[in-house]
Design a protein around this ligand. Structure first.
Ligand SMILES: [Zn+2]
Length: 345
């Protein structure tokens, strides 16, 4: 059995280190007057029309919240737990504030195809616990699981896509091999990512063990869902290997892995994948939590406030996935690789 992901000193220490590491590279300078909800969004028949980027205040170099969840329990025992009610309330807030979920794969690949004037959010789940996903006797996700709640919120909020990324370990969702669970998730548009086979803190082992921990889990995932390549990885405890590049690419026992995005534990919004600040090997995530306790400024509640009020410049879509729109004053933040698609205004 893999070691549980608890809020012991190790997790806290790793989080604290990452918190400061992540914050020291925080991408978003304080916003100067571009806050407030986008106006003038045009949609027709429920589909996004390509809008004038200025009208919707498109900013595809803005920050994206990548939210991190662990388990849903009625009585939280650590800051990594949320109640089902809190989880539902956060999803409803996101829907109200015109966020549209995209998978980690689509985010890191720059395939953010959402309506004009809306904002991408990435929902990520670590450790493959049964509170995240389990199928009921009727073959559908149990209504009290994260997937059940997400599907319910999406039904009530048309446009709020029920997609997410699950960073799984061995025997995910307590199913030996995980074939039925992972197959259901992939068939319904969810992404399965790597969280190592046995939840190894990769910064504590040598290069060979790093690659085994990742490659062994990729083998297990691929055996369960052969047609779903593993392109996203979340570091257990946020622990980066000593050889950083091995989090992205490596091989063991004949299995080669290559990740498009590697995700951290802490603790601020992620830079746009089109911006110079984007580092695919260290994508920050935000822990889902109320703005209380010593980490209050780094919780999802606090960051969503800052993204809403313009303290942090937020990614707002132009509705055209082929173009990258942003105010011309931000041109120096565009990564050179994306110049061809740029549409400054
Ligand atoms: Zn974990």
């Amino acid at each position: 059995m893999r070691p549980p992901h608890r809020s012991g000193g190790m997790v806290a220490a790793a989080s604290a280190v990452l918190l400061f590491a992540a914050c020291s590279t925080a991408p978003s300078p304080p916003d100067r007057g571009r806050g407030g909800p986008p106006g003038g969004v045009r949609e027709a028949g429920g589909h996004a029309a390509v809008a004038d980027p200025a009208t919707v205040r498109a900013d595809e170099l803005g920050a994206v919240p990548v939210l991190m969840y662990h388990q849903l329990v009625t009585e939280p025992r650590s800051v990594y737990d949320r109640t089902p009610q809190d989880f539902r309330a956060e999803l409803e807030r996101l829907a109200r504030e015109r966020y549209v979920p995209v998978t980690a794969r689509d985010f890191s690949g720059g395939k953010i195809d959402i309506p004009a004037g809306t904002h991408p959010v990435v929902l990520t789940f670590d450790d493959s616990t049964v509170s995240q996903f389990r199928l009921g006797p009727d073959g559908r996700p149990a209504s009290d699981t994260a997937v059940g709640i997400l599907l319910d919120v999406a039904r009530k909020h048309p446009g709020f896509r029920p997609v997410a990324t699950f960073f799984v370990n061995a025997d995910p969702f307590r199913e030996p091999g995980g074939r039925t669970s992972l197959d259901w998730l992939v068939k319904h548009g969810f992404e399965v990512g790597n969280h190592t086979l046995r939840h190894t803190a990769l910064g504590t082992v040598d290069d060979a063990e790093v690659q085994e921990a990742i490659a062994d889990n990729q083998r297990a995932i691929t055996q369960a869902v052969p047609r779903s390549p593993v392109v996203s990885m979340a570091l257990p405890h946020g622990s980066m290997p000593h050889s950083r590049q091995l989090a992205q690419e490596g091989a063991a026992d004949g299995v080669r892995y290559r990740h498009q995005g590697v995700y951290l534990v802490g603790s601020n919004p992620a830079p746009s994948p089109f911006s110079t600040a984007f580092d695919p090997v260290a994508i920050p995530r935000i822990r889902s939590q109320e703005a209380t306790g010593p980490d209050a400024p780094f919780t999802s509640a606090a960051w969503l406030d800052k993204l809403r009020d313009g303290t942090v410049r937020r990614y707002t879509s132009d509705g055209d996935p082929k173009k990258i729109s942003f105010p011309g004053t931000e041109t120096d933040r565009l990564a050179p690789a994306h110049r061809q698609a740029a549409r400054p205004y």
